[in-house]
Design a protein around this ligand. Structure first.
Ligand code: AMP
Length: 211
């Protein structure tokens, strides 16, 4: 079984949703840099204050900060893991080459129309970060997290202006990372052409590739 994984793809491709489900099924630890940053913002740490302005605008947090966060996280983790939201630039991918042996990069292909629909209806839990979707993955009770009972909210960067900017940033800075891993021979593409495909269907495909 492949151990050290990256889930790559534009915002709204489902990286987090699939990573948390693969973690439940196979035990690979999900490392989501966006979740780590949102936690820092919530706690109002120095790092959180620095990151917040980039995040709200849908821009990337500087590489130096992100590489630092990831290095520390990888030191703590034992066994398999899934990087969800890292690397997002060639610079980050090169830094990662030096500290990790990546076995598999799952590149999620999702049409832009589906992404915009998903992001604008996405809601997440203030307490545990679990992701829901008003259209495709609604919570059992409106506004309440199924997992922990926490309050659900729309991310600041899931509003239309920030979504547009995040997609631009993805094309310019993150899409080149796909080629970086294609050259290493570890890239596998997984497509999801429609918004209403149940997540477990995609997770099944990903689990087969990992095994
Ligand atoms: P995500 O939850 O993965 O969509 O991340 C939310 C936001 O956190 C992004 O739009 C960026 O502002 C920031 N972020 C997360 N991961 C990274 C990264 N690897 N490099 C730079 N910024 C990041």
């Amino acid at each position: 079984m492949k151990k050290h994984l990256i889930f790559l793809g534009p915002p709204g491709a489902g990286k987090g949703t699939y990573a948390s489900r693969v973690e439940k099924r196979l035990g690979h630890k999900q490392i989501a840099t966006g979740d780590i940053l949102r936690e820092e913002v919530k706690k109002e740490t120095e790092l959180g204050k620095k990151a917040q302005k980039y995040m709200e605008a849908g821009d990337l947090v500087p590489d130096k900060i992100m590489i630092n966060i990831l290095e520390k996280k990888l030191e703590e983790v034992e066994g398999g893991y899934i990087l969800d939201g890292f690397p997002r630039t060639i610079e980050q991918a090169k830094a990662l080459d030096k500290i990790a042996d990546i076995d598999l990069v799952v590149n999620l292909n999702v049409p832009e129309k589906v992404i915009i629909q998903r992001l604008s209806s996405r809601i997440i839990c203030k307490e545990c970060g679990e992701v829901f979707n008003k259209l495709t993955l609604p919570p059992k009770e409106e506004g309440v997290c199924d997992e922990c009972g926490g309050e659900l909210y729309q991310r600041e960067d899931d509003r239309p202006e920030a979504i547009r900017n995040r997609l631009k940033v993805y094309e310019k800075q993150t899409a080149p990372v796909i080629d970086h891993y294609k050259k290493q021979g570890v890239l596998e593409n997984v497509s999801c052409k429609k918004a209403d495909v149940p997540p477990e269907q995609i997770v099944d495909k990903i689990v087969k590739i990992i095994k």
